[in-house]
Write a protein of this length. Structure first.
Length: 270
């Protein structure tokens, strides 16, 4: 598996962008019902299938809703994130829900501060598009998962139509400058193969959104320019997000997937 490191400078700059965006987004992001409703969380928890003896880890856990949902069915759930303001939201959520079987860690997905084979289930939702080295992040998830355990990645996917995928990624990088790239379904599945995981099970869902709300949730340099990219995508669904006008609003939906694989008990022969 080879995945060359970016220059340290660019990694440090990107880490700073992540912390800047998500420190500012933390409160707003934690209150998006499409992401944190019981229904949205059940999709992920059902796919990961935690049991009462299981320990779970959610990387890039943000405001902790996935961790708290897992903790309701698992023995213990851990969440890790690079942004302290997100972890503050997570702690507040666990406290509000009276969850004691949770642990929070500040850290980076590329160097998880856990021993090999520490968890039964390792998950990551809506964060791979922020990773400059998605394969390195997935390899870390695999490392800390026990053989026979579950590795789950969920994210929005880019269209197989390259022009639409490029338009989607261009809009997202303008909307949230910490975005690196939304991958296609095929590219996400290729990461599983490169990380020595079997072909993942796939579950599809949509995250409905509205352009003005999406722009207000992040901190773009030029909000008007982002809205123009949405406008331009209405005819012909130019971003592959079913972007459409309804009254004075532009509606769209993120096409998203949950990919789940069991870590092999023995690594495949090479
Ligand atoms: C869009 S939020 C998703 C939060 C959460 N997974 C969810 O679905 O609600 C992305 C999160 O990834 C975190 N993140 C991005 N890059 C990271 C990295 N390299 N290491 C740790 N956390 C990272 C950010 O701090 C942010 O909280």
């Amino acid at each position: 598996m080879s995945n060359p490191d970016p220059a340290p400078d660019s990694a440090a700059v990107h880490d700073a962008l992540i912390r800047d965006q998500f420190t500012r987004q933390a409160g707003i992001f934690a209150s998006v019902p499409e992401l944190h409703s019981a229904e949205a969380l059940a999709l992920l928890v059902d796919a990961a299938h935690p049991g009462p003896d299981h320990t779970t880890l959610d990387i890039a856990c943000g405001p902790g809703s996935v961790v708290v949902a897992m903790a309701k069915r698992a023995r213990h759930a851990t969440g890790l994130d690079a942004t302290q303001a997100m972890l503050d939201q997570a702690r507040a959520l666990a406290e509000a829900e009276g969850r004691k079987n949770v642990t929070w860690a500040e850290g980076n997905v590329y160097a998880l501060p856990f021993q090999e084979q520490s968890f039964d289930i390792v998950t990551c939702r809506f964060a791979f598009h922020h990773f400059a080295r998605p394969l390195a992040a997935l390899a870390e998830m695999v490392r800390v998962c026990r053989p026979g355990g579950v590795v789950l990645v969920s994210d929005a996917v880019a269209s197989d139509d390259k022009a639409k995928a490029d338009a989607f990624n261009k809009m997202e990088r303008h909307r949230d400058p910490s975005t690196v790239e939304f991958l296609t379904l095929g590219a996400l599945c290729n990461l599983f193969a490169a990380a020595d995981l079997p072909v993942p099970a796939q579950k599809f869902f949509q995250v409905p959104d509205e352009a003005g709300t999406a722009v207000a949730r992040s901190f773009p340099d030029d909000a008007a320019a982002v809205l123009r990219l949405f406008e331009e995508a209405v005819p012909g669904d130019g971003m592959g997000l079913n972007t459409r006008r309804e009254g004075n609003k532009i509606l769209f939906a993120y096409p998203a997937v949950i990919l789940t694989a069991t870590k092999p008990v023995k690594p495949p022969a090479r």
